[in-house]
Write a protein that binds this ligand. Structure first.
Ligand code: FAD
Length: 379
């Protein structure tokens, strides 16, 4: 195996502490959280105390000014343990950067320390019942009225939506201007007119709360606009590569974990007088998966390296998201097959991971949209 050289001994120490934290605070409870449809709210505060949230945020806003590899460690350990209910990465690596990069000093001081501590859980609401891939079709509006914006509309499929205290809402400030009329707003969950719909029942990722959100004459101070009016689409395009990188990192971690579970299982399980792992088909499947995961791992690490240098471009992040999540689903499917009937039983981690993996090809931009982005970059 090619050794990973990107992570220092400090990153590995952090990895040990993240793994211990998750094994103690999340693994024993995750099955119950799947039944509840959301994780325990307290986990956010505990994770904040343990330094696992928004570690990249500068110290002046309560963070540790850590490099992105610390975020990658959290994503990898959550993925390795199959804790798909935990939406830390969306909070830390997707929502927080919008506030950090486009929020005013007042907004940064007001909110970022609470994101770091877990006092506030966050979400980002782009998708609407009528607009997913085509974000220019967003119908939610934000109309300036004196010193306040008045938001009307509805959102769906919002991760962390049920527990969220603070949501970035994508809305049109100038509906006639297309992409150039799109803006981003910070909306606190207790603002009058903001309601949460039912928690959506999903095929997998059952412990991750995914909700509808409704906005009826929701008034937010003008200062809650992130950056400039009309620049929302440009900000989304700027930040989406990091979101796609996080999905790719999680995909590889999940595939690697499934390979290890399958190796253990096929060594133990016997048929026709020998271990399943001794059949040539099994050995070849395991060898193929190990090879593809190795190729993917090298690609993830190269993308991480580029990202640390500020050089991860949009098409490359799209390649990782599409190829990594396709690989994850392919590996999970093979792993279920090698488990036989037990691979289809919910109590087996491989069954859960298989169901959980499917959405990776859909959210954060579908894999078809990723291919459009890649194609557009060179054809
Ligand atoms: C569990 C889960 C969590 C999510 N979390 C969030 C969240 O936190 N915040 C948020 O805002 N959204 C979230 N989403 C929404 C997600 O990002 C969208 O579902 C996704 O972008 C696809 O949009 P859609 O569902 O409207 O599908 P559509 O856009 O209707 O697509 C349907 C099909 O058409 C294809 N298609 C569409 N356009 C093209 C094209 N130009 N070329 C080729 N094929 C195309 C798509 O690839 C897809 O196969 C989540 C979704 C799920 C399921």
């Amino acid at each position: 195996m090619i050794p990973r050289t990107l992570f220092s001994s400090d990153h590995e120490l952090f990895r040990d502490s993240v793994r211990k934290f998750l094994e103690q605070e999340a693994v024993p409870f995750h099955a119950q959280w799947e039944k509840d449809g959301h994780i325990d709210r307290q986990l956010w505060n505990k994770a904040g105390e343990a330094g696992m949230l928004c570690s990249h945020i500068p110290e002046e806003y309560g963070g540790m000014a850590a490099d992105f590899l610390y975020s990658a460690v959290v994503i990898e350990e959550v993925g390795r343990l199959g804790l798909t209910g935990i939406g830390f990465s969306l909070h830390s690596d997707i929502v927080a950067p919008y506030i950090l990069h486009y929020g005013s000093e007042a907004l940064k001081h007001k909110y970022l320390p609470k994101l770091v501590s877990g006092e506030m859980v966050t979400a980002i609401a782009m998708t609407e019942p009528g607009a997913g891939s085509d974000l220019q079709g967003v119908k939610t509006t934000a109309v300036l009225d004196g010193d306040e914006y008045v938001i009307n509309g509805s959102k769906t499929f919002i991760t962390n939506g049920f527990l969220a205290d603070l949501v970035i809402v994508v809305a049109k400030t100038d509906p006639k201007a297309g992409a150039k009329g799109t803006s981003l707003f910070l909306v606190e969950a207790n603002t009058p007119g903001f309601t949460k719909g039912k928690r959506l029942e999903k095929v997998g990722m059952k412990a991750q709360d995914t909700s509808e959100l409704f906005f009826q004459d929701v008034r937010v101070p003008r200062e809650n606009l992130l950056g400039q009016a009309g620049m929302g689409f440009a900000y989304l395009m700027q930040e989406l590569p990091q979101e796609r990188l996080t999905v790719g990192i999680g995909a590889l971690a999940s595939a690697e974990a499934a390979l290890h579970w399958t190796l253990d299982y096929t060594r133990e399980r016997k048929a026709f007088g020998k271990a399943i792992a001794d059949f040539q088909n099994t050995r070849f499947k395991l060898a193929e998966m190990a090879t593809e995961i190795q190729v993917g791992r090298v690609f993830v690490d190269r993308c991480l390296e580029l990202h640390l240098q500020g050089k991860l471009d949009v098409p490359t992040a799209a390649m990782l998201k599409y190829w990594g999540t396709d690989l994850q689903c392919k590996v999970l499917d093979e792993c279920v097959q090698l488990h036989g009937g037990y691979g289809y039983m919910w109590e087996y981690p491989v069954a859960r991971a298989w169901a959980d993996a499917r959405v990776q090809r859909i959210y954060a931009g579908t894999n078809e949209i990723m291919k459009e982005i890649i194609a557009r970059s060179f054809i």
